[in-house]
Design a protein around this ligand. Structure first.
Ligand SMILES: Cc1cc2nc3c(=O)[nH]c(=O)nc-3n(C[C@H](O)[C@H](O)[C@H](O)COP(=O)(O)OP(=O)(O)OC[C@H]3O[C@@H](n4cnc5c(N)ncnc54)[C@H](O)[C@@H]3O)c2cc1C
Length: 491
């Protein structure tokens, strides 16, 4: 179950067995800054999913789909809705180590997937910065990894899927069959139907290790140039930007490039390709349980503390020769954000939001610089900034484009909340001026009219047409869709 607590009594008790008190749950967006009260259902079979849609019809309640609950904002919560959480529908149905093709239920997490396939020399081709996302959530948001510039998004790895419409009808979708729906449900943030099965390809690897090279950069422009220059020879690229640095230090950061090892490079692949070799250590320095680490981070989650941490991180990088390399497991490189379990708790009580803007290649440097300066000048500096290179893909509402994104983490407090939302609104205008895009998986602040302004010509109309066709009664809703899509569905 993902982020649930029991809630007090509600007047709608006993109206229907499917929305009784045992289903009540308070669910949060992963960043803890938004939450909702709904009726949680966790089906384990396709028939149980169908029964949830029956309940929705009988009670008139909308259905919010939910996977691992790792979207930062309100994408997988639904106020006064039935929350259909697929995280218990998590069986791997078939695995073929000769082709790397896997067939699985929607609630399978990236962790389950890599654990299943690593021993045979395969790795999920596209992963998020956390391994606790589900296949359904990854497809619905069409997530990207640190290799987006190279292999595309999650959707690019999907061969086919089954989608249950709110009517109970199940459609198989692929690039050849129901192709329009295939390209719209991937990126369609759970608005067209419920994924009930996937078939996807994975990546052959000859070692459980990647070779990582780290080097510092001194401006966002330099970082973008480095990512461009290395794109042809790197398998993964990711930049960290110190968003508290000002003056001559503004935009400084560290880039990590990782490459797969070629066949024969790892003297002992049988060892590195075990689950144990990929497991993130449970203790820091072999002593402190990492589950307690967030408490030590908490005192630094303020401007002074993060300025200190960032400066220490940047300068300690300089103790190593520029461009030094080392070997790291796939999991350690890919899931850096899982290293400290529950680090988000350090952002309590207000939580955090992430603002990830995607800007086109030519406008990205000036645009991202402007966004960081605006945040600094507003007295709301982001405590984390992550820079990535992207490429376009064929999915209808995709965030990906030929350019760069910068994901900015903002602490939310009672005092800064209104100012932060106002800042986000001002930043939206900069993103639009630079021809940029937004990403629903991270969003908590966008207004509905922005959709029409940033989505490519015709994309929104096409999506609304599909929504009317697949879900004519608008059963599928989340807090995010009510904020962004409702105005278009009503209009
Ligand atoms: C620490 C951290 C790091 C992250 N790193 C990255 C990153 O590197 N790259 C990136 O792209 N994203 C990243 N994310 C965001 C994350 O990958 C996405 O939000 C992803 O969608 C979460 O998957 P989930 O299974 O938790 O889905 P949820 O958050 O539960 O749901 C996501 C969407 O999927 C829909 N959905 C859920 N189940 C179904 C279903 N069965 N059928 C149809 N729709 C469904 C929901 O309605 C919702 O719109 C990160 C998030 C965190 C917390």
């Amino acid at each position: 179950m993902s982020g649930e607590t029991e809630t007090p009594q509600s007047p709608s008790v006993e109206r229907h067995p499917g929305i009784g008190p045992r289903h009540w749950a308070r669910l949060e967006g992963w960043g803890m800054a938004v939450h909702s009260l709904g009726y949680l259902h966790q089906p384990t079979t396709v028939e149980e999913i169908r029964a949830v849609f029956d309940t929705a019809r009988e009670t008139g309640k909308p259905v919010a789909l939910r996977g691992g609950g790792r979207s930062y904002g309100d994408a997988s919560i639904g106020e006064d809705s039935i929350v259909l959480d697929v995280s218990r529908m998590n069986r791997i149905l078939a695995w073929d180590p000769s082709t790397g093709i896997v067939e699985a239920e929607p609630g399978v997490t990236l962790e389950q997937l890599w654990r299943k396939i690593i021993g045979d020399g395969w790795w999920p081709a596209v992963v998020s910065g956390t391994m606790y996302t589900t296949l359904a959530g990854c497809a619905a948001m069409n997530i990207h990894g640190k290799n987006n510039f190279r292999v595309g998004t999650f959707g690019d790895q999907v061969l086919d899927f089954d989608l249950m419409l709110p009517s109970g009808e199940v459609l198989t979708c692929s690039r050849d069959e129901n192709a329009e729906l295939f390209h719209a449900a991937i990126s369609g943030f759970g608005m067209l139907g419920c994924f009930t099965r996937f078939r996807l390809k994975t990546k052959k690897v000859h070692s459980g290790l990647v070779r990582v090279e780290a080097f510092d950069t001194h401006s966002i422009g330099e970082m973008a140039d480095e990512l461009d220059a290395r794109a042809g020879r790197a398998d993964y690229l990711v930049g960290w930007i110190d968003c508290l640095a000002r003056g001559r230090a503004f935009g400084r950061g560290i880039v990590h490039q990782a490459n797969y090892l070629h066949e024969g490079e790892d003297p002992n692949p049988a060892n590195s390709l075990t689950q144990a070799a990929q497991d993130l250590p449970a203790r820091l320095f072999g002593v402190m349980p990492k589950s307690m680490m967030w408490m030590f981070i908490k005192p630094f989650i303020n401007d002074i503390g993060t300025r200190f941490i960032n400066a220490t991180k940047f300068h300690s990088g300089k103790l190593q020769p520029q461009g030094h390399t080392y070997l790291q497991s796939h999991a350690a490189f890919a899931f850096l954000l899982d290293y400290v379990p529950n680090w988000k708790l350090a952002y309590r009580p207000g939580g955090l939001i992430q603002y990830q803007a995607f800007l086109t290649h030519d406008t990205a440097v000036a645009g991202h610089e402007k966004l960081v300066r605006m945040a600094q000048e507003a007295g709301l500096p982001p405590y984390l900034g992550v820079f990535k290179k992207h490429r376009p893909d064929p999915f209808l509402l995709t965030h990906a484009l030929d350019g760069f994104s910068l994901a900015l983490d903002f602490r939310v407090t009672k005092r800064n909340r209104d100012r932060l939302w106002k800042l986000a609104e001002q930043m939206d205008e900069v993103v639009l001026d630079h021809g940029g895009k937004f990403y629903f998986a991270k969003d908590a602040t966008l207004h509905s009219e922005i959709l029409r302004r940033y989505l490519p010509e015709g994309a929104l109309d096409k999506f609304i047409e599909l929504k009317h066709r697949c879900d004519p009664d608008n059963v599928l809703q989340t807090n995010l869709s009510r904020r962004l899509l409702s105005a278009y569905l009503e209009g």
